[in-house]
Design a protein around this ligand. Structure first.
Ligand SMILES: *Cc1c(COP(=O)(O)O)cnc(C)c1O
Length: 369
């Protein structure tokens, strides 16, 4: 190291293996040919079996980033005249609210501070207060701060209600506990290019039987993202619109690697190990994570930018030395930076990073004096 291009310590896209990148150049394939039907069927089967929910959930593959998955699920699961209830404690919870309201779907909110996990009893109380709720939504891992919400306890609070339960697991699937089989969600939103180590361009939904019934019942609010259309066509071995074929090839390789490495337990343990190394390496520099240990994800850690240092200088100097870190979002822009340990990182990468960060901070502090 440094590597060229610099190593991505960003929460998507992530560093991928040569095998996954090579899939992008496999060759041209028309999605109306039987070879694509074979690829689609394999992806749909592998997505649910990768998470141990093949008996209960069915996958729908979408072309578009993770937000396309959020928008398609939310707008396809709320019946006319009904509402969503959204746990909002970060940028992605807020995005779910914004999606709902932009379609004229009422969105009740259960809010907490950006470093405070949602309280399941508050979600239960909000459900009782709002009998019009058709869909409860929660982000599993708020990538804004690296905060884990108690998605299984919220699932238990929703169970027994007529409402479906949507979990934005986009930055959780594959690595952050609990695994989907323990969450009790009707819909998981996921994407290829985060903890699954695929390429950007495709995202997906994993739908329970109740969610599949509900999407069949809800009149489509649009054309491109209507889940019922995608589900019906994918069951028949095809897709309604042109998919990102190269990204599909790459996702198939990424899922194969995920399984070969030992699936969720192995990847989760790798991320925990890396996160421990990261935090231990940065602690002597005076950098302490924003989120308390009990609620911290492994994938992403947010740190306050040290006093007297400008985030752009920190980012640019780290990048020049081979590492790309991520800015804070919204009110945290400028004051916080994030380091992700996702992706196919070479052995020793986190140790190299923390040593480099020590040098960079010393240089920036000296220059600021
Ligand atoms: C990355 C992310 C998304 C989707 O972002 P895109 O840029 O559309 O892929 C949604 N939710 C969470 C929690 C995320 O981390």
């Amino acid at each position: 190291m440094p590597t060229d291009p610099p190593l991505l310590l960003t929460p998507g896209p992530v560093t991928t293996t040569g095998r996954v990148r090579a899939a992008l150049t496999r060759g041209d394939l028309c999605h109306r040919e039987p070879e694509f039907a074979t690829l689609l069927a394999a992806l749909r089967a592998d997505l649910v079996s990768a998470f141990g929910i093949a008996d209960t959930h069915e996958a729908v593959l979408l072309t578009g980033s993770g937000t396309a998955a959020m928008e398609s699920a939310l707008t396809s699961l709320v019946r006319p005249g009904r509402a969503a209830l959204v746990v909002n404690n970060g940028v992605y919870g807020q995005r779910l609210v914004t999606i709902a309201r932009s379609y004229g779907i009422p969105a009740h909110e259960v809010r907490s501070g950006w470093t405070v996990p949602a309280d399941p009893t508050e979600v239960a109380a909000a459900l009782r207060r709002h009998p019009d709720v058709d869909l409860v939504c929660c982000v599993q891992h708020e990538t804004t701060t690296g905060l884990l919400n108690p998605v299984a306890a919220i699932g238990a609070a929703v169970a027994g209600d007529d409402a479906c339960y949507l979990v934005d697991a986009i930055s959780a699937l594959g690595a952050e506990p609990p695994p989907p089989a323990e969450v009790g969600a009707d819909v998981f939103c996921g994407t290829a290019n985060k903890a699954l180590h695929g390429q950007p361009g495709v995202s997906f939904l994993l739908l329970s039987a109740a969610a599949r019934r509900r999407v069949a019942e809800v009149p489509a609010r649009g054309l491109y993202l209507a889940v019922a259309t995608h589900l019906d066509q994918q069951r028949a071995g095809t897709v309604p619109f042109t998919p990102a074929v190269p990204a599909c090839y790459a996702l198939a390789e990424a899922l194969a690697e995920f399984a070969e490495e030992g699936g969720f337990p192995a990847r989760s343990a790798t991320y925990r190990q890396r996160a421990g190394d990261l935090r231990a390496g940065l602690a002597p520099l005076g950098l302490a994570p924003l989120v308390a240990p009990a609620h911290r994800a492994a994938s992403v850690t947010a740190f306050p930018v040290p006093a007297g240092i400008r985030y752009p200088d920190l980012h640019d100097e780290l990048k020049r030395r081979g590492f790309v870190v991520y800015a804070g979002q919204g009110p945290l822009a400028g004051g916080v930076f994030r380091v992700a340990v996702m992706g196919a990182l070479p052995a020793g990468a986190i140790g190299e990073f923390t040593a480099t960060a020590a040098d960079v901070l010393a240089a920036l502090r000296a220059a600021a004096r």
